[in-house]
Design a protein around this ligand. Structure first.
Ligand code: NI
Length: 138
């Protein structure tokens, strides 16, 4: 089994805010990410697929095709957008990195399974120092 990773970047705005709480509690828990007038991050997304090597190409997957798939299903929907307002598949989801990466997994799993390999992990860097990685486990 071989593991192949494609990196993509995008930027997006969000507000991490629990509507059940008042502003004070939201600022306590989420800090600047609860800023009422939004803020943005430069995100880096790593998508890893697994499969066996195709004898004719020597590839597990054509990385150009994997890039096109990620761009079509994720990047074009989120780049320069507001997670809370603009992205249908994130509607009503508190846009922590954990929740976003789980939704990205759900969006990518089936189209990748149609390309003769399987989704292994989705990793999303929100900052240089913080990232979340998801392997599809419940
Ligand atoms: Ni934030």
């Amino acid at each position: 089994m071989m593991y192949v990773t494609r990196r993509e970047t995008f930027n997006a705005a969000h507000k991490v805010y629990n509507p059940a709480w008042d502003d004070t509690k939201n600022m306590e828990v989420f800090g600047g990410c609860a800023n009422p007038n939004w803020h943005g991050h430069n995100y880096t997304l790593f998508v890893t697929v697994k499969g066996s090597i195709n004898k004719d190409t020597g590839f597990v997957i054509d990385l150009k095709k994997l890039s096109q798939l990620i761009r079509k299903h994720i990047i074009e929907k989120v780049d320069h957008k507001n997670f809370n307002l603009d992205v249908p598949f994130l509607k009503d989801i508190l846009p922590s990195t954990e929740n976003v990466v789980k939704v990205f997994w759900e969006v990518l799993e089936e189209p990748i399974a149609n390309m003769s390999c399987k989704l292994h992990s989705v990793k999303l860097h929100e900052t240089e120092n913080n990232y979340v990685e998801y392997f599809g486990e419940k």
